[in-house]
Each structure stands twice: as C-alpha cells, then as structure tokens.
Design a protein around this ligand. Structure first.
Ligand SMILES: Cc1cc2nc3c(=O)[nH]c(=O)nc-3n(C[C@H](O)[C@H](O)[C@H](O)COP(=O)(O)OP(=O)(O)OC[C@H]3O[C@@H](n4cnc5c(N)ncnc54)[C@H](O)[C@@H]3O)c2cc1C
Length: 339
C-alpha cells in the first residue's frame, strides 16, 4: 500500500471504473461509492479510446466480438456525402462496465477496503450525478434524444452516419446488423428525419424511444481543489456529435489518479494547476471541433445560435488560460513526472 495516501472514488461509470483499477494497480488504499443512474444505451469507442482502455485494464481482448464500425458517412451543410474510414466498436454502457469489472485486478479492490479507516486524502468525483460535484458552465442549451431504430435491408450496418438538416442534426450508430441508435438534436427525430436525405433512407422504423439529454458542452466551474478532483462527466461533458466522451473520461481518470499519487512528493498548487490546464486544453479542442461542425452545418437560426454559444465558450476558454504555463509535468505510463 502507498503509505499515507487514501482515495474515495464517487461514481458508477467508466471514469470511476478506471480510477478503481489504476489505484488498485498502484496499491493505493481506496473506497468506491457507486452512484446508480440510468445507463447510456450505446457508446461508440474510437480506436484511441479502445487502446487507452486496453492499456488501463491490461486486456487486449476487452472489445472482442463487439459490433464494428468501419466507415463514417458525413452529409454536412451543402457538401455531398463523404465516406471516411473508421475503426470503432459499439457497446452499451452496461456491457462495457461489465467487461471492465471482469477485467479489473482481483487484489486491492473495494471489498478489501470497505471503508477507509480515516478521512481520505483525496475524493475523486467521477459522476456528474454525485453530490459535491461543482456547478457546470454550459455553452448552449440544446437537448438531444436517443431512440432505437430498425434498419432497412439496404442500410450499411458497418457505417455510422452524421447528417446536418435545416433544423438540426442526426447521428445514426448501428449496434447490430439489424438495429441502430439514432441521436437527434434541434427538433424531434421525426421532424428531422422528414428533412433528411441520407439517414432516413436507412431507417425502417423507430422501435423504442430513449430519453432526452443535454448535448451542449459543459465544464465544471471548479475542476479541482486540495483534496478534490472532478473527473469524467463531473468535470466535462461533451457534445455527442463530436465528443469522444469516453476517451476523455479515461484520460481524466488516468490523470486524476496520477495527481493523487504525485501529491505525496510534489507541490499541491503545481499539481492542481497542471490538472486544470490539461482538462481546459481538452475542452478547448472539443469546442474548436464543435465550432467546425456548427459553423458549416446550416444557416437557420438554430445553427446560428449553436455556433454563437460555442464562440462564447471559446472566448471563456481564452480568458481562463491566460497566463498559460504548460509542460511542468509529463505522464510516464500512469505516473506524473516533472519535465
Ligand atoms: C445518449 C448518449 C450517447 C453517448 N454516446 C457516446 C459515444 O458514442 N461515444 C463516447 O465516447 N461517448 C458517448 N457518450 C458520452 C459518454 O457516455 C460519457 O462521456 C462517459 O460515459 C462518461 O463517463 P463517466 O464515468 O464520467 O460517467 P458518468 O458521470 O457516470 O456519466 C455517464 C453518462 O451518464 C450521464 N449521466 C450522469 N448522471 C446521470 C443521471 N443522473 N441520469 C441520467 N444520465 C446521467 C452523463 O451525462 C454521461 O453521459 C454518450 C452519452 C450519452 C448520454
């Protein structure tokens, strides 16, 4: 055990699972408090995210047998359809969490430390739903809906599709050779499908409606302070259109655990500043990517309002990051080292 260091992890999602495994591997005393909530029906994992999870859990077979996505079909603004190569897999959050639990190390897990003997040195808030999570700053106010659909016989079941329509966007992610998840933002999926040229051709019918959820980029006002680190969706939530939310959640978990471990040797202010800068920098890249999509998707008032909200976010980021001092630490594996 790392002497004198103890961590409480709050959360039941991917970020919390990664924190648990990383702390167990580093023999840090920890306790996990799950935060039950409805699970995300399907997430598409990019090659970079698969590789990160494979490294954290040391299991190259983690994604075996999952439905593959080999292309991304994009119909955006006034451009014709563009097909880009992709190498993602699709999995429900529940199935992914089950696979991560099965891959987690058997030693040092929470049953061995049902409660910490004294107050923890750190609490990692790894769920947007946990009490103690900081207020979020939001850029925009769009809701998205998720619905399960049955695909037509002509649908390309190994391609995901993104389409901008006059009043919003649609994102279709096949999760099997017959079914897919349809995300829609800007209006109801029915109204947007009526404007669609590409995705509507692939859908036979909607089989079950999912819930609606906020889709605008959001970041915690306070990402960290002595003894507390926000991580995963408790720190940053991404627009699902261009977000690799799972990959960011894993990266933040790696960094949060590395910060907690380094706090035994390094100056706390330097570590917290490093944490903030790295998360801000990831959020800024996300806003820049969102800007490309929302600046070119359409010309209606809805598209203009989304683009203006992203521009507010970019201005806020510019104000936050001055002065910027990067490069004080680097990650070597899962440990933080001074450069
Ligand atoms: C419909 C949908 C589709 C998504 N698709 C993708 C994808 O294709 N690829 C990808 O990489 N990421 C996707 N994400 C984002 C991804 O699920 C999160 O970034 C990731 O799970 C964050 O992990 P975490 O451990 O921080 O989770 P948590 O903080 O535990 O949260 C996991 C998800 O559940 C939501 N959530 C948290 N609390 C509640 C609550 N009380 N009630 C309802 N929901 C709650 C969060 O907004 C988050 O999206 C999607 C999210 C949603 C909602």
């Amino acid at each position: 055990m790392a002497p004198g260091l103890s961590v409480r992890i709050r959360g039941g999602g991917i970020a919390a699972s990664c924190c648990e495994t990383l702390l167990a591997q580093a023999q840090v005393d920890y306790q996990r408090e799950p935060a039950p909530r409805p699970k995300v029906p399907a997430v598409m994992l990019s090659p970079a995210t698969q590789s990160l999870l494979t490294d954290v859990f040391a299991r190259p077979d983690l994604f075996d047998g999952l439905h593959p996505i080999r292309r991304r079909l994009v119909t955006w603004g006034s451009s014709d359809l563009v097909a880009l190569p992709h190498a993602a897999v699709v999995v429900s959050e529940e199935e992914l969490l089950n696979r991560l639990a099965a891959a987690a190390p058997a030693t040092g897990s929470s049953p061995a430390s049902p409660s910490l003997e004294s107050a923890p040195t750190w609490t990692i808030h790894a769920s947007g739903a946990t009490a103690g999570a900081s207020a979020l700053r939001e850029f925009g106010a769009r809701q998205a809906s998720a619905a399960q659909v049955k695909l037509t016989a002509q649908a390309d079941v190994y391609s995901c599709s993104m389409e901008a329509v006059p009043n919003g966007w649609l994102f279709l992610v096949p999760s099997s050779t017959e079914t897919a998840w349809l995300l829609a933002a800007g209006d109801t999926s029915e109204a947007l499908l009526a404007q669609s040229r590409q995705i509507s051709q692939q859908i036979d019918r909607v089989t079950s409606g999912g819930g609606s959820f906020p889709a605008q980029p959001r970041i915690a006002e306070s990402l960290c302070e002595p003894g507390r680190l926000a991580c995963g969706s408790a720190a940053i939530a991404f627009d699902p259109l261009c977000g690799d939310g799972t990959g960011h959640a894993v990266r933040e978990a790696i960094l949060a655990c590395a910060i907690a471990r380094a706090s035994q040797q390094e100056a706390l202010d330097d570590l917290l500043w490093e944490y903030r800068l790295r998360l801000w920098s990831g959020f800024k890249r996300h806003l820049e990517l969102c800007h490309e999509f929302y600046a070119t998707g359409g010309t209606s008032d809805w598209w203009k309002a989304q683009r203006a909200a992203i521009e507010d976010g970019l201005r806020w980021m510019t104000a936050q990051q001055a002065p910027v001092t990067l490069g004080r630490y680097r990650l070597n594996g899962f440990s933080l080292e001074r450069t």
